[in-house]
Design a protein around this ligand. Structure first.
Ligand code: FAD
Length: 164
């Protein structure tokens, strides 16, 4: 089994031309890594996958995150949910059991300063218009946001926050 999670590269040559600016905050156009194009896995520039299981058109080959055309925004919070579904699909193939189908939902925190944090819960369900809800800004979401970050560090690196 293969899981492709190569992210996206920047196409720095796209959209040439010059822009006059005092302060410019720009995000370059994203493209799938060239190795994926060369492998023949891309369609219209991205790797198509089954929305619910993240399996590609090739059996036992999964792709997730920024390199896919799964239909959710290219953000880590969505990649994380996709990884959980792909992992559960692989476990189900190997041992049987339920697949935790991807549901396109994620949450994002917004800092307002003065210890005020808001949270957006949003869902991009396959075939349906996206919908979301805003909570806050409020103080208790500051604690929740800190826990969101530290729980990932603990899970991924097996330890609490340290200064890197
Ligand atoms: C400045 C910035 C801020 C962001 N802030 C947020 C945020 O606040 N919240 C949020 O949810 N998302 C955020 N994102 C988006 C988030 O980082 C991406 O959506 C997420 O990391 C995508 O995960 P991924 O696993 O698909 O790819 P990546 O995390 O990009 O991982 C791909 C990996 O594959 C490796 N790779 C690529 N090609 C090859 C190769 N040929 N061989 C071997 N390895 C290879 C790369 O080195 C990389 O480690 C931000 C992105 C940027 C750039």
């Amino acid at each position: 089994m293969l899981v492709i999670a190569l992210g996206a590269d920047y196409d720095l040559d796209a959209d040439g031309g010059e822009i006059a600016f005092d302060l410019f905050l720009g995000v370059p156009k994203h493209v799938a890594p060239v190795v994926l194009h060369n492998s023949g896995l891309t369609v219209d520039g991205w790797v198509p996958v089954d929305f619910f299981t993240l399996e590609t058109s090739h059996r036992d080959v999964y792709a997730l995150g920024d390199c896919t055309s799964v239909g959710t925004p290219k953000a880590g919070v969505f990649s994380e949910g996709q990884a959980i579904s792909a992992a559960s699909a692989i476990v189900a193939r190997a041992r049987g059991g339920e697949v935790q189908r991807y549901d396109g939902s994620a949450a994002c925190y917004l800092e307002f300063g003065h210890d005020q944090v808001a949270r957006v819960d949003i869902q991009f369900m396959h075939g349906q218009p996206p919908h979301g809800a805003l909570s806050g800004p409020q103080h208790d979401l500051l604690v929740q946001k800190a826990d969101f970050g530290s729980s990932r560090v603990r899970r991924w690196f097996g330890r609490d926050w340290v200064s890197y």
